[in-house]
Design a protein around this ligand. Structure first.
Ligand SMILES: Cc1ncc(COP(=O)(O)O)c(C=O)c1O
Length: 357
């Protein structure tokens, strides 16, 4: 604490991101990045932009990128907001739609940035307990005073909530905004974007960091009713007109235009996920039915923290959360087939042979 700090700084409890170890050859399966590079069209677009107008400010409205996103989802440009990673879009959304004094709701096991924003912006919150099997009960989110935010699929559990449940949450919160954080939706079945036309209180937030391999570029977006988008623009233009730089606008636009590459890598990751789940189950892990680019797994006979430490010692980084209810789980991002093969080989050495059933 310092006497010069504002109340806001004093309140802040900053988010701690997953380790980014600077060790070459490390197998990094801890922050749900995509193991494949972005589309080749991204590189081309960035190089072209580099030759061009970097001395000029980027477009404050990023129209080309918003149009590319809108076309991907069959929406119009005024239903799309873009920001510097979905983390920024989420932070702006907390400022735009949630109120000090009116508690919002989110699951007790969820993306750990939500309580960070809530504390920073002085927004009270109620934690909704997940069920024993980590699923969410839609009814627990009905009638919130200040709004709702849920990741779908949820992180770190990897579980997907059906659209009918989301729709019931929207219907039962007619006067507050419901944010569905779809960072991992491309590895699941159906997006809530299709509900946007019917519910003016729905904001769907997505990112290019996972399925489009652009975590290093920081481009996230929100899709919602134009009035919600206008609110986000008002916040953005009161903080920083140019949240996305020229290279990022060019690169992300190209990524949305390369549908074929996107489909190919997403399919590959889903296949690897299936193989990983099966192999982990054979080794005695309980693995939740993942619809994300990571799995959440617990071993009956070995403490997760020990496995985490041992894997780290062997140059394989996975994520362990020292948090009640999930301290015996590991979150493992889906890597390439080779990376997953190395992980499984190491686990085989570390684990006892499972008993015959
Ligand atoms: C649920 C969820 N939402 C949002 C994000 C943020 O993604 P980004 O800021 O890279 O777009 C993440 C990142 O891991 C996440 O897990």
């Amino acid at each position: 604490m310092n006497k010069f700090w504002s109340d806001m700084v004093k309140r802040a409890e900053p988010y701690v991101p997953g380790e980014q170890l600077n060790v070459p050859d490390i197998i990094k399966l801890n922050t749900n990045e995509n193991p494949y590079p972005p589309s080749p069209l991204v590189r081309e677009a960035i190089l072209e932009e580099l030759e061009g107008q970097l001395r000029l400010y980027p477009s404050p409205t990023a129209d080309g990128l918003r149009l590319a996103i809108a076309e991907t989802y069959g929406m119009s440009k005024d239903e799309v907001f873009v920001g510097n990673g979905s983390d920024e879009v989420l932070a702006f959304s907390f400022m735009a739609f949630f109120h000090p004094g009116k508690p919002i709701r989110f699951p007790n096991i969820t993306y750990s940035f939500y309580p960070v924003y809530a504390k920073l912006f002085n927004i009270p919150y109620e934690l909704v307990r997940v069920n024993e099997d980590f699923t969410l009960r839609a009814e627990s989110f009905f009638g919130s005073e200040g709004g709702v935010i849920i990741p779908n699929p949820n992180a770190p559990t990897s579980l997907y909530m059906e659209l009918s449940s989301i729709e019931s949450i929207l219907i039962n919160n007619p006067d507050t905004v419901v944010i569905i954080d779809e960072a991992y939706i491309d590895f699941a079945t159906v997006s809530a974007v299709e509900l946007v036309k019917s519910y003016n209180n729905l904001l769907v937030v997505q990112t290019t960091s996972k399925s489009r391999s652009l975590a290093g570029m920081r481009v996230g977006y929100a899709i919602g009713h134009p009035d919600l988008i206008e609110a986000l623009v008002r916040i953005k233009d009161s903080v920083n007109s140019y949240t996305i730089d020229r290279l990022a606008i060019a690169g992300a636009t190209a990524a949305f235009k390369d549908r074929e590459y996107f489909d190919y890598t997403v399919k590959k990751i889903k296949k690897t996920r299936q193989r990983l789940i099966k192999a982990l189950e054979e080794m005695g892990f309980h693995v939740l039915p993942s619809q994300a680019n990571f799995v959440f797994a617990s071993h009956a006979e070995r403490a997760a923290v020990e496995l985490y430490m041992q894997l780290k010692g062997e140059g394989i980084l996975v994520r362990h959360f020292n948090q009640p209810d999930i301290e015996n789980y590991l979150r493992i991002s889906i890597g390439t087939d080779e990376q997953i093969h190395s992980l499984l080989r190491k686990l085989q050495q570390l684990l006892p042979v499972p008993r015959q059933r």
